[in-house]
Each structure stands twice: as C-alpha cells, then as structure tokens.
Design a protein around this ligand. Structure first.
Ligand code: TYM
Length: 327
C-alpha cells in the first residue's frame, strides 16, 4: 500500500502531531511504501521568518528521523524541492470550485480574525494538499481529525478529474486514529492542541524540558468533579488519560481504574513523569541529528530526487489527458 503524509515545519512539533500523524505513519513503514513529507510550501501560506523557517525544516527532518523514519525504507522529502507539487497544485486549482474551498473550516478558523488580510495561498492551500497526495497514487493518508475535510476535498477532486479526463488518480482514504486523532489543548479542552496557539500552555512540544512538562501538565484544565472516570462530559481529564495511554501503551480504562481513588493530583504527577521518560530519548536523538546537518541534507536531497521522479511522471500524464501536449 502507498502511504503518504506531511507535517508543516512551523514551530516545533507537539505531541498531537507526533501521536496523531508521525507515529501512525512510522508504524506503517514496515509493510507499506511510506512517503513522508516536510510541507514547507504549506508553511509559507502564513508569514514565516526565513532564518526560522530554515531551522524548522532542519528540525522537522531531525524529528522524523529520530522518531523512526528509516530513509532506506521510506521516502523522506521536502515539498519545495519537488516542482511537481506547485505544478499539479495549479492544474487542480482549475478543477476545484470556489464554493468547496469556501466551506473549508480550517480556512475559516485561520482567517476569521484577520479579515481580508490573509494570503491567497491560505485559501487555495487544500488544493495543494490534494496535489501532494494525488501525485504519488497514494492509497492511505495518516492524519489527525482536523485534516479529514481536506481529505474529503482531495477525494472529490480526484473523482471529478477522473470523470472529466479519464482514470488518472487513485482516490485516497484517510487513516485517523481514534485515541490520537484529536489531542486537545491542555489549557482549553474545547479546542485541539495547536502549534500556532498564542499560549505555550496549550501544548507539549517535543522539545519541552522536564520542568516545563511538569508545569504544563500540573496546570492542565480539567474539572471540579471528584474521582477519575472516562467520560465525554470530562474532556480535559479524558485528554490526559488518552495521552497517558499513548505514552505507556496501557489501556485508558486500566489507567482510570488505577487512579480512581488516588485523584487528579497523583494522575497528573505520574503522567508528567511518563511523558518526560517518553520524550527524553527522542529529544536526545533529535539533538544528535541536528549536530549533523550534512546527513540531514543528504537524506532530504536523496528522498526528494526519488519523489520528483514519480511526481514528474504523474504531472506529465495529467498534462497529456488535459490536452496540454502538442503530440
Ligand atoms: P499540520 O502540520 O497542521 O499537522 C501535522 C499533522 O498533525 C495532525 N495534528 C493533530 N493530531 C492530533 N491532535 C492534534 N491536536 C493535532 N494537531 C495536528 C494533523 O492532523 C496532521 O496530520 N495540511 C497538513 C499538512 C499536509 C498534509 C499533506 C498531510 C500538507 N499536505 C498531505 C497529509 C497529506 C497540516 O497542516 O498539518
């Protein structure tokens, strides 16, 4: 099976990105043909400082490798090094409809506060994402729940294109993990954890040190009910139990039973230690990779060449069926 996913190199990845998309993708690399992408062309749909973006791209590469992406098995590449993404992005913009892009909730969320003052790229972004996926005949896309609507658009565009121009694209399916597909913000369990949140209390970044993790978990918003239970009416607590499950592999119900009478304070303290223990080895590996920029460059450049070969053949085929070729 061909599997593909991407993460934006904006800020430092948080545990939502890690458990929601990166780890599920890595689990698939053993048996499947995984394409793992640093989606820098998506990152620039909101203003980025060039030096910081460059650092974030290096960080993302190091994080993917440290988390377990094996460049011998998977293709790790940078979107902007493969020109076919921008090219198919344009071709598909002629297939996408204003109405369907206007319905995208992520665009509405990101643009509402800013009025007209957002880039056109932020609006057409889901079409570029569709191009990312369709270029590689991708069958499955591991993502968090917030990307579900973009995947539906991708499927609609693929089906429309195939109907109008003949069978060209594979119609992909999302893979959304129930336990990790929507990790909530620690400071507000009504919203998802997000890299671009105004307060760092919203998230645990992959690089947070032990004390920061302890403080953030301690101040995580829960509720005033006593006891520990798995209950949709207690989203803050349920989120902490989900994170506990993700770092220890212990089922949520067993964790809840163990802390039933021990209370929230103990649960938070032990969760913080479990998170620290989980992240420390990963942080060490990330720092080791970051000390070796030549190796990062080699991995990304080899991966991007491999990706470009497949992607440019697909764009050639798309141009042909659209009538953009002379012969
Ligand atoms: P991005 O960079 O916002 O997030 C990367 C991945 O992390 C998931 N995610 C979460 N999962 C669980 N809980 C959360 N709180 C949480 N926050 C984020 C996202 O769903 C995503 O899977 N448009 C994409 C990047 C992209 C892409 C692609 C993905 C571009 N092209 C092609 C797949 C295939 C994005 O902005 O993800």
């Amino acid at each position: 099976m061909r599997v593909l996913t991407g993460i934006q190199p904006t800020n430092i990845l948080h545990i939502g990105n890690y458990f929601g998309a990166l780890k599920p993708a890595i689990e698939l690399q053993r048996e499947d043909d995984l394409f793992m992408m640093i989606v820098d062309l998506h990152a620039i749909t909101v203003p980025q400082k060039p030096e910081q973006l460059q650092k974030n791209i290096a960080f993302a590469t190091a994080a993917y490798l440290a988390a377990g992406i094996d460049p011998k098995k998977a293709t790790l590449f940078q979107q902007s090094r493969v020109p076919a993404h921008a090219e198919l992005g344009w071709l598909l913009q002629t297939v996408a409809r204003m109405g369907e892009l206007e319905r995208m909730t992520q665009f509405k969320d990101k643009s509402t506060a800013k009025g007209q003052n957002v880039s056109v790229g932020l609006f057409t972004y889901p079409v570029l994402m569709a191009a990312d996926i369709l270029l590689y005949d991708t069958q499955a896309v591991p993502v968090g729940e917030d990307q579900k609507q973009h995947l539906e658009l991708t499927r609609d565009l693929a089906e429309r294109f195939n109907r109008d121009f003949g069978q060209t694209f594979v119609v992909p399916k999302p893979i959304i993990n129930i336990a990790s597909g929507r990790i909530l913000a620690l400071d507000n369990p009504d919203i998802k954890m997000s890299k671009s949140a105004p307060s760092p209390k919203n998230y645990i970044s992959l690089m947070d040190d032990a004390d920061t993790i302890r403080k953030k978990i301690k101040s995580a918003v829960t509720d005033s009910e006593s006891g520990i239970s798995i209950d949709d009416a207690r989203p803050g607590l349920k989120n902490l139990l989900a994170i506990f499950h993700l770092v220890t592999d212990e089922p949520m119900s067993e964790i809840a039973t163990r802390y039933e009478n021990k209370g929230m304070k103990n649960l938070k303290e032990d969760l913080a230690e479990a998170l620290v223990a989980h992240l420390e080895p990963l942080q060490k590996k990330i720092n080791d990779y970051l000390k070796n920029p030549d190796e990062l460059e080699k991995v990304v450049s080899d991966g991007s060449l491999k990706a470009a070969e497949i992607a440019s053949a697909k764009v050639a085929r798309v141009k042909e069926v659209m009538g953009l070729r002379l012969a």
